[in-house]
Design a binder for this molecule. Structure first.
Ligand SMILES: Cc1ncc(COP(=O)(O)O)c(C=O)c1O
Length: 409
C-alpha cells in the first residue's frame, strides 16, 4: 500500500484541496481503494474486492458491439440524451424482477455508485439521518459522509437479511430519516438475500411511515438458486427506488447502471447529474444496448453463475478444511461474498495486517464496512470469491487459515 503524503508537507493545490469544503474534508480515501491497488499485484490473493472475474468479461462481444455502434451511429461519440433503446432493455430486465416501469421512469447512471450518490444528494439534508445496516456497502457510507449524515443502524439477520422490524422500531420512535438503504440480493458484505416476506414488510413500513427505501440491486443478476425473487419495489412503486447495474455481469468499466424512480423525480435526478458529469458515456450506453440486442446476455449470465458457483463452493470447501472450527459462515445464495465470523476476542483488522504482510492475502475486515464504530462486527471478515480460480482460492484460504489459527492461539 502506498504511504500517504503527510499533511504538513502539502503545497499548492494539494494544500487547498486538503482544507474544507465540507465534501473534501470528510471524504477520506477508502481502505477498499488501497486494497484494490494490492489486488493488481502478482502473487497476491485478492479476496478483498467484489471485482468480477476479468477472464469472464465478454470481450469479443463487447468489441463487436462497440465496432457496430461506431460504424453505424454518428451520435456515438457525441453529447446525447439518454439512449431510449437501452432504457427499454432495462424496463424488460426490471419486469423479470416484478418491477413494472416505463422508459420514462428509468434514469441511466454511471453505475450503481452514481445512483447511490445522486439519491443521497436528492434526499438527504446536511446533518440528516439515514437508516442503514450496521455492516453495509462502503460506497453508501462514503456518499453519506460529506453530508455529515448520522446513520441510524439496524442489524442484519444472516438467514433472512435486514432486520426490518428494527427499521419499523426506529421509525416508530419518531426518527425521520431521509431514507432506508437495503441490498436485497447477495448483500454486501453479509452475503445474505432479503427473504420474500421481509421485502413485502419493508415496502409496507416505507408506505406506512412515508419514508423512501433505496434498494441497491447491484448483485441481482447473480442469484445461484433459481430466479431472483421480486424486488422490494415490486411491493410498492411509490416509496421504493431501485438501483441496478451492469457492472458485475458485463464489465464495471462500462459504467452503466440505472435508477427506477417516478417520472417527476427522474427530471430532478437529471439536473443533479448534470452538475457533475453531464451524460453516461454515450458510447457505453449504445454499446451495452447493442450487446443486449444480440440476445447473448442471458447465456453469458448463466455462464457467470456456473463459474461463480464453482468458486463459491471451492471457497466453502477451503474454509471447512483450513479455518478453525469456531469460524461461522453461511454459503451465500447470491452475490460474491462470504461473511465469516470469528470469536469475539479476534479483531480482524489485526488479522488483515498479518495476512497481508506474511501471506499476501487480502480481505475486508468488519470495521472497514461498519456504519458505526464497528465494535459489533470487529470479529468479521468479508471474503470475495469472484476474482480467483478455485485452485487459487484453495491456496489463499489455506494461507489465511494459518493466520486466523495463529490469532486464536
Ligand atoms: C452493494 C453495491 N452497490 C453498488 C456497487 C457499485 O457498483 P457500480 O460498479 O455499478 O457502480 C457495488 C460494487 O461493489 C456494490 O457492492
Amino acid at each position: 500500500m502506498k504511504a500517504r503524503e503527510p499533511a504538513a508537507k502539502r503545497r499548492g493545490i494539494a494544500k487547498a484541496a486538503a482544507t474544507p469544503p465540507l465534501a473534501a474534508r470528510t471524504l477520506h480515501q477508502s481502505l477498499l481503494r488501497e486494497l484494490q491497488a494490492m489486488a493488481a499485484e502478482k502473487d497476491s490473493f485478492p479476496f478483498a474486492l467484489g471485482m468480477p472475474a476479468a477472464e469472464l468479461f465478454p470481450r469479443d462481444a463487447i468489441a463487436e458491439a462497440v465496432r457496430l455502434v461506431l460504424s453505424r451511429d454518428p451520435v456515438a461519440l457525441q453529447y446525447a440524451v439518454p439512449f431510449e433503446p437501452l432504457k427499454l432493455h432495462v424496463v424488460k430486465r426490471m419486469a423479470a424482477r416484478g418491477v413494472a416501469c416505463t422508459g420514462s421512469q428509468v434514469f441511466l447512471t454511471a453505475g450503481a455508485q452514481q445512483g447511490i450518490n445522486l439519491l443521497v444528494r436528492l434526499l438527504l439534508e446536511p446533518g440528516g439521518h439515514a437508516v442503514v445496516e450496521d455492516a453495509t456497502y462502503d460506497g453508501m457510507l462514503m456518499a453519506l459522509r460529506p453530508l455529515a449524515c448520522r446513520p441510524l443502524t439496524v442489524e442484519t439477520d444472516l438467514e433472512s437479511g435486514m432486520h426490518v422490524e428494527g427499521v419499523d422500531a426506529v421509525l416508530q420512535s419518531g426518527a425521520r430519516p431521509a431514507f432506508v438503504y437495503t441490498i436485497p440480493d447477495g448483500h454486501n458484505p453479509c452475503g445474505v438475500s432479503l427473504s420474500v416476506a421481509k421485502r413485502a414488510r419493508l415496502a409496507e413500513i416505507a408506505r406506512t411511515h412515508e419514508v423512501p427505501v433505496i434498494e441497491d440491486d447491484a448483485y441481482g443478476f447473480l442469484n445461484y438458486s433459481g430466479p431472483a425473487p421480486p424486488l422490494v419495489r415490486a411491493h410498492d412503486a411509490q416509496w421504493v427506488f431501485t438501483i441496478g447495474s451492469f457492472s458485475k455481469v458485463l464489465a464495471p468499466s462500462l459504467r452503466v447502471g440505472w435508477i427506477v424512480a417516478p417520472e417527476a423525480v427522474v427530471a430532478r435526478l437529471s439536473i443533479l447529474k448534470h452538475s457533475s458529469d453531464l451524460d453516461v458515456s454515450t458510447l457505453a450506453q449504445r454499446a451495452v444496448s447493442a450487446y443486449l440486442d444480440t440476445g447473448a446476455f442471458d447465456n453469458h449470465v448463466a455462464t457467470l453463475r456456473r463459474e461463480y458457483v464453482a468458486r463459491r463452493d471451492a471457497m466453502g470447501r477451503a474454509l471447512e478444511a483450513h479455518f478453525p472450527s469456531e469460524a461461522r459462515y453461511r454459503v451465500p445464495a447470491a452475490g460474491l461474498f462470504y461473511w465469516v465470523e470469528l470469536p469475539r476476542r479476534v479483531d480482524t483488522n489485526d488479522v488483515l495486517r498479518v495476512a497481508l504482510a506474511k501471506e499476501r492475502v487480502a480481505f475486508v475486515p468488519g470495521r472497514a464496512i461498519a456504519a458505526d464504530d464497528g465494535d459489533r462486527v470487529s470479529n468479521f471478515m468479508r471474503l470475495s470469491f469472484s476474482a480467483c480460480t478455485p485452485e487459487r482460492i484453495e491456496a489463499g484460504i489455506r494461507r489465511l487459515g494459518r493466520v486466523v489459527k495463529e490469532a486464536l492461539r
